[in-house]
Write a new protein. Structure first.
Lengths: 803, 292
């Protein structure tokens, strides 16, 4: 028997759903009828119990947590991440309405391109009086070095976002243009992935337009723009300000999703007007940057000299016409608030057309009649700096209500620094909100970010968007400043949308793109960080082992001047580790150093590994607050060592076996060798106190091996033999050197049949020495020589690959 | 007046640096009616891996020099002959200061000589309330824009003490104004801030001063190094005038212009970056000799 289905409008979920008077609503039209595009979806929701809905929403949240999607503020603290604020109900729009929006925005994109070309070219708009010149000449986003520079490929703009909202009469308005380095497309993709887990059902899934094709098309366009007309292949990549940036996760995500190189300023250098990526094989040509840094920071030589995240000489490459920029440097000027007051007229002047999709009504207060109008209608106005580039509803926006008395006074005299904008009310969309009598769908104001990419076929649009959802109650744009949540925008078709190949997560069906990317270019910075990540993790582990030995000893002795305790403390002291602290700060520093390296190369290993490392840091910090010296600290070290083994396992086992993996492992082996030599030098010194040899075995993780192998009390010879010369012991110098040689011979430029590389040349005599000499020959002085040779090997590696 | 000018700048890095990249704004430009440059040579040691010239937005010549291999020092030697013409006598048509806002509103030019680039605060030169109040105190009703430039420049000269030790290249305008001390860069930045604050477009000028004064005159301040002064726009009839607040005078035939910009950032003689840790140290010497 069929379950009785509810039709939606009378659903208990919608009880009390009351759109604000005079405000448009996404769910209901002006006459109070549910918009057709929502009917089937609301009916689906209404057939679910509250528990079922909650379970669905939890699936979405779980996905986001697993995928490592977090919201973060600009911060150096790696753990300063909050749960991603996904609203569980998407915004639904019919594809016919969407097509109309996109057609309007396509016209707008083309207009912006022409305005850009004029502002950096003949400047006729200024000369002919269509735009007040000071809005440009006093604008910090108008970049003088770009004046007269032809963009490579002929276009300034390639990727745009538009913030749109529905006005009370039901029509759509552009609230802001994002032209410099628009963010949000990666987050839209993540929202979609989560929404698919919340609503995996045939409806709405099969009737929703896909968004993957948009990215695939744009990636192809980037590749073409980077490589067209060149005699040799050119790399292209995404330029990020780095992991302290609040949108870094998005950069990481897009780079991974599209298989783009994720580059920081220091990855790039400019030679003879050609931008190059610094890779382990030397510089390779770079044809295009999808930049996510503001132009002001792009090149310290020609823009803000204090920038540390840019590329010195980048402007040289742009001026030479060798480097395509997405978007051109200087495109931020198009985000100027006051420009919106003039764009409608400019459209008619430049294209002979009126704007199909108007922008929010804007008045520049440098014009007397506009100022008079704003002053006379202050209660309906938002006031902002004329050159402001933010969006009125950004949480840090400089926009204020015109109704404020002190604002009113500002308009008594000409105010070229100010603009007034109509304080429109946005449409509301249903959000799932817990009220006093349980959760309900509640109308909340929304704006939608629409993404446009230039391809060979002209401007293409993501068939979906990024919705921001404000708190319930107040539907003015300004209310959005108080934050809220985000959601997916589903573009719904009447018919099933064909599931094309383009919807696959990997846009390249041959699947060898990742190989190609890594084979061609492993940036030297990434290799350097992998190498040091390997070293720091081992360093952390070795210190933790020593601290465990120290605290175990402490727990079984009541003597303050125990010679073994003193010997361990002496060993750790120059490393900045105070053994008398239960969880020494110096131990946490080592972990933090590893985390810093890992954070810079998050695109190169899995989310699982990242979580394992964060978990390790969190645990260590928690323990440092409660642990006490002795047994407690020893147990804490055991926990940390197990977690470290977990992290190392995930990284070393699961990483793609290529150059990057070898750098990581060389780092690990080199650090192991160095620790082994240092431990033997200190604890196997003939003058070391009784019991020191046990410590050496403990730190070398070879206590069991020694017992099986020698079945007697350790002597200097047996310990040195096991930790230095025994090629069967993975914790021996010789074993680690052999490993390192394997990795070194797999490096670019190394060829087993030709002359050994400088690194291998340093390594071979050391290996031979350990293979032929006796334990008694390896004196403390000899061990010091081993450590010097290791330092030289590190230098050779840097010289060859990490410059 | 003709001058033979020699400039030497030495940079020493505490550690070898790679991919050292410098933009040099050292070579004076030709300015029709004002100055011509002849027979110039620029020598860089060690020889750079790359050296190209381009002209920036304000039409200043810029040499871009790159050393990819590690270097520990750079020696720059520039020599040229400059012909500097005296200023044509000004007609007394100077616009009143009160007319400038309307003149600027009527201006639709965004080219390099336009006053509109020099009206707003720039990275190095904020418009500060205290400097603005100081500047307004120097104005009298009905004053011409040119007289306002002189009055403000003179007041800054009187107020400030020239001191090479009080500031460095990164000292802010506010710090220099608060301590009432600094060098030509600080004097100029303060004056630019003051002028822009009262509605006079003002630019930063870098250049050279003749080393030895004409007989019977005192040696000017700032002759041993590169110098800086101010260019101000005094209305459409008068156009641009140049005033040196360090020496309390309009810049005449003792001055050779290297370049114009909104502030020091736009015309820094050497703007550089390098890869590697460590500090750098520099010294410079300038000789501006009158050709007999």
């Amino acid at each position: 028997m069929d379950k009785p289905t509810k039709t939606g409008a009378d659903s208990p979920l919608l009880r009390g759903y009351a759109p604000v008077q005079g405000v448009a609503d996404e769910l209901f039209d002006r006459d109070g009828n549910m918009r057709p595009v929502w009917k089937k979806f609301v009916a689906t929701l209404s057939n679910l119990s509250e528990e079922e809905l909650r379970a669905k929403f939890e699936r979405g949240r779980q996905y986001l947590r697993d995928a490592g999607v977090y919201f973060r503020q600009y911060s150096q603290d790696p753990l300063n991440e909050r749960e991603w604020p996904l609203a569980n109900i998407p915004v639904l729009l019919h594809d016919s309405e969407w097509d109309e929006i996109c057609a309007g925005l396509s016209q707008r994109a083309e207009l912006l391109e022409r305005v850009m070309a004029d502002l950096y070219g003949p400047a006729t708009l200024l000369r002919d009086g269509h735009l007040p010149p000071r809005l440009i000449t006093e604008n910090s986003h108008w970049k003088r070095p770009m004046v007269g520079v032809e963009p490579r490929g002929g276009h300034y703009l390639h990727f745009l976002a538009f913030e749109i909202g529905r006005s009370p009469d039901g029509s759509w308005l552009v609230l802001g243009d994002r032209t410099q380095a628009p963010s949000g497309a990666g987050f839209a993709l993540e929202n979609r992935m989560a929404m698919r887990r919340i609503f995996p059902e045939d409806y709405p899934r099969a009737y929703t337009h896909r968004i993957a094709g948009f990215f695939e098309g744009f990636r192809n366009a980037l590749q073409k723009l980077a490589g067209d007309g060149r005699s040799e292949p050119h790399q292209f990549g995404l330029l990020t300000p780095g992991r302290a940036n609040d949108a870094f996760f998005e950069h990481l995500y897009i780079a991974r999703y599209l298989g783009l190189l994720l580059l920081e300023g220091e990855d790039i250098l400019v030679q003879n007007g050609q931008a190059m990526v610094r890779t382990i094989e030397g510089p390779v040509p770079l044809g295009l940057l999808w930049r996510r840094i503001d132009a002001s920071f792009a090149d310290p030589l020609e823009y803000n000299p204090e920038s540390w995240i840019g590329v010195p000489g980048l402007m040289d490459a742009v001026r030479s016409g060798n480097l395509a920029m997405v978007n051109a440097l200087g495109s931020g000027v198009l985000e100027t608030r006051a420009l919106m007051a003039f764009l409608p007229r400019i459209s008619e002047v430049l294209t002979g057309q009126t704007l199909a999709l108007p922008n929010i009504a804007t008045w520049w207060c440098g014009d007397d009649s506009a100022r008079a109008y704003v002053r006379d209608n202050m209660d309906r106005m938002l006031i902002a700096p004329a050159l402001s580039g933010d969006l009125p509803f950004d949480s840090n926006s400089e926009t204020v209500r015109g109704a404020e008395p002190e604002i009113r006074q500002l308009l008594d005299d000409p105010a070229p620094d100010l603009v007034g904008q109509e304080a429109i009310s946005l449409s509301t969309t249903p959000a799932w909100i817990d009220g006093e009598d349980g959760p309900r769908l509640t109308p909340c104001p929304t704006t939608i970010r629409v993404f446009a990419a230039r391809t060979e076929r002209g401007w293409t649009f993501m068939q979906g968007g990024y919705a921001r959802i404000g708190p319930p109650g107040d539907a003015t744009a300004l209310a959005m400043q108080r934050g809220g949540s985000v959601s997916d925008v589903l573009i719904i078709s009447d018919d099933r949308v064909p599931d094309t190949a383009s919807t696959k997560a990997s846009p390249d069906p041959s699947g060898h793109r990742s190989v190609r990317t890594e084979a061609v270019a492993l940036p030297a910075r990434a290799a350097d960080n992998l190498f040091w990540l390997g070293r720091y993790m081992v360093r952390f582990e070795d210190v933790a082992r020593l601290l465990r030995a120290y605290n175990l000893r402490l727990a079984t002795t009541d003597s303050d001047d125990d010679p073994i305790l003193a010997s361990i403390a002496d060993y750790l002291e120059p490393m900045g580790v105070d053994a008398t602290q239960a969880i020494p700060d110096g131990l946490i520093d080592r972990l933090q150093a590893a985390h810093n390296c890992a954070g810079r190369i998050r695109d190169r290993f899995s989310t699982d590994a990242w979580f394992a490392l964060n978990d390790l840091i969190r645990t260590t910090r928690q323990m440092s607050e409660t642990a006490t010296p002795g047994d407690d600290a020893a147990r804490a070290m055991s926990v940390l060592l197990r977690k470290t083994a977990g992290f190392s396992g995930v990284v070393v086992e699961n990483m793609y076996r290529f150059y990057g993996w070898r750098f990581l492992n060389i780092g690990r082996s080199m650090e192991r060798c160095d620790t082994l030599a240092a431990i033997l030098e200190h604890f196997a010194d003939p003058a070391a106190p009784e019991g020191a040899l046990d410590i050496a075995l403990e730190v070398g993780d070879s206590t069991m091996a020694h017992r099986r192998r020698y079945a007697l009390e350790p002597t200097r010879d047996t310990v040195v033999d096991l930790l230095a010369h025994d090629a069967g012991n993975p914790r021996s110098l010789l074993f680690q050197l052999r490993e390192m040689q394997e990795f070194a011979e797999g490096m670019p430029g190394a060829n087993r049949t030709a002359r050994p590389t400088p690194l291998v040349r340093e390594l071979l005599p050391l290996r031979t020495r350990l293979e032929v000499e006796l334990p008694s020959d390896l004196t403390p002085a000899g061990l010091a020589e081993v450590r010097e040779a290791l330092a030289r090997m590190s230098d050779r590696l840097s010289e060859a690959h990490l410059r | 007046m003709q001058y033979d000018v020699t400039l030497r700048i030495n940079y020493a890095y505490s550690q070898p640096t790679m991919h050292t990249r410098n933009l040099l704004r050292l070579l004076p430009r030709d300015i029709p009616g004002l100055q011509n440059i002849h027979d110039w040579t620029l020598a860089l040691t060690p020889r750079p891996s790359e050296q190209v010239w381009f002209t920036d937005f304000f039409r200043n010549p810029v040499a871009s020099a790159v050393w990819h291999d590690p270097i520990e020092e750079v020696k720059i030697t520039l020599a040229f002959r400059a012909e500097r013409h005296g200023e044509a006598p000004r007609l007394a048509l100077a616009s009143p200061l009160s007319q400038l806002p309307a003149d600027l509103a009527a201006c639709r030019d965004a080219g390099p000589e336009s006053p509109l680039h020099f009206t707003a605060s720039s990275r190095r030169v904020p418009i500060l309330t205290k400097i603005n109040a100081f500047a307004r105190d120097q104005l009298t009703p009905g004053m011409s824009a040119r007289d306002a430039v002189r009055a403000i420049g003179h007041a800054i000269h009187e107020e400030m003490t020239y001191s090479a030790d009080a500031t460095d290249v990164d000292t802010t305008v506010e710090e220099a104004f608060d301590t009432r001390a600094g060098v030509c860069q600080d004097f100029s930045h303060i004056m630019i801030s003051a002028l822009r604050g009262v509605g006079i477009p003002a630019a930063y000028v870098s250049g050279f001063l003749r080393t030895y004064p004409p007989p019977g005159k005192e040696k000017l301040v700032g002759v041993d190094a590169m110098h800086a002064w101010v260019r101000a726009w005094a209305g459409p009839e008068t156009g641009w005038v140049e005033f040196d607040p360090t020496n309390d005078q309009f810049a005449g035939s003792d001055y050779i212009v290297i370049g114009y910009g909104r502030d020091y950032d736009d015309v820094a003689p050497v703007r550089g970056s390098m890869r590697g840790a460590g500090d750098q140290d520099s010294d410079q010497s300038v000789d501006v000799a009158v050709v007999a």
